[in-house]
Design a protein around this ligand. Structure first.
Ligand SMILES: [Zn+2]
Ligand SMILES: [Zn+2]
Length: 262
């Protein structure tokens, strides 16, 4: 009963997460070219042809860019809620009707169970995902401007959590973005800061999560070392030891993360 996770790409320039059991393989988001996604699957020693389905969190281009081509090339279904389908359908190109799957509550792909939960972002109906295999659970939560009780309770008990650590608030404020964009990034429907990520991780680690990956870093408003150190410091302030202790790791905008097996 192995459950594998690898972040193929994560960041404001494109997102794609890879989850595999002995029987099933899914992608969550496909926000880079089909070629890049397939190449990275090969790079981690896996077979792109084994992908069974693609799940979409929301319609922003960094999450859907390669979804249409992957669906056509591999003849696999794309799962998203109705509002996300309405917002993204015209951007995906021709999708076979049988590969258009509306996901509202929960679905199964062979021995994986996938459940979405609502997040707070400026998209039609953005979601995070919980992925279950037996008693194992992976949670993915990126692109959310705030953390609420629904999110915390949804991801509680995960064995592995990918969480957004998008920006450093001071870097956004003094950085090059025009004011409306700064307001969007920092707002309730924008993205999660390093500090907010640290607070959320503290909560879920205290309830048992042991592997945490930081993702969806902004290219302009963050550095991997800054995100890592900020979160590590918040955890230490809360008496949580890191490496050794809980496993805190990074994902990358241009390549895959370590492959985790839980
Ligand atoms: Zn987004
Ligand atoms: Zn995004």
């Amino acid at each position: 009963m192995k459950l594998k996770f690898c972040s193929l790409y994560s960041g404001s320039s494109g997102n794609c997460q890879y989850i595999k059991t002995d029987n099933a393989t899914i992608l969550v988001d496909a926000g880079l070219s089909g070629k890049k996604i397939q190449q990275e699957i090969v790079n981690i020693g896996e077979d792109p042809k084994k992908v069974d389905a693609i799940f979409i969190t929301h319609e922003h281009v960094d999450h859907i860019k390669g979804a249409g081509i992957m669906s056509r090339r591999l003849n696999v279904p794309i799962y998203a809620n109705q509002e996300t389908w309405d917002a993204m359908k015209s951007c995906l190109g021709e999708i076979k009707p049988e590969n258009i799957k509306i996901l509202e509550r929960q679905t199964e792909i062979k021995d994986l169970v996938i459940t979405p939960f609502d997040i707070s972002h400026d998209a039609a109906h953005p979601v995070g995902y919980n992925i279950f295999h037996g008693n194992k659970k992976i949670s993915l939560v990126t692109d959310t401007g705030c953390i609420n009780d629904i999110i915390v309770s949804s991801i509680t008990g995960s064995d592995l959590l990918l969480v957004e650590s998008n920006h450093d608030e001071d870097m956004v404020l003094i950085g090059p973005y025009p004011w409306p964009l700064k307001r969007r990034v920092l707002g309730e429907f924008g993205h999660m800061s390093n500090d907010t990520a640290g607070d959320l991780i503290t909560k879920v680690v205290k309830r048992g999560t042991e592997i945490v990956l930081l993702g969806h870093l902004s290219k302009e408003n963050n550095f991997p070392q800054l995100a890592y150190k900020t979160v590590e410091n918040i955890l230490k302030e809360n008496s949580i030891e890191v490496n050794p202790g809980i496993c805190l790791d990074m994902t990358y905008r241009d390549r895959s993360s370590r492959v985790y097996e839980i």
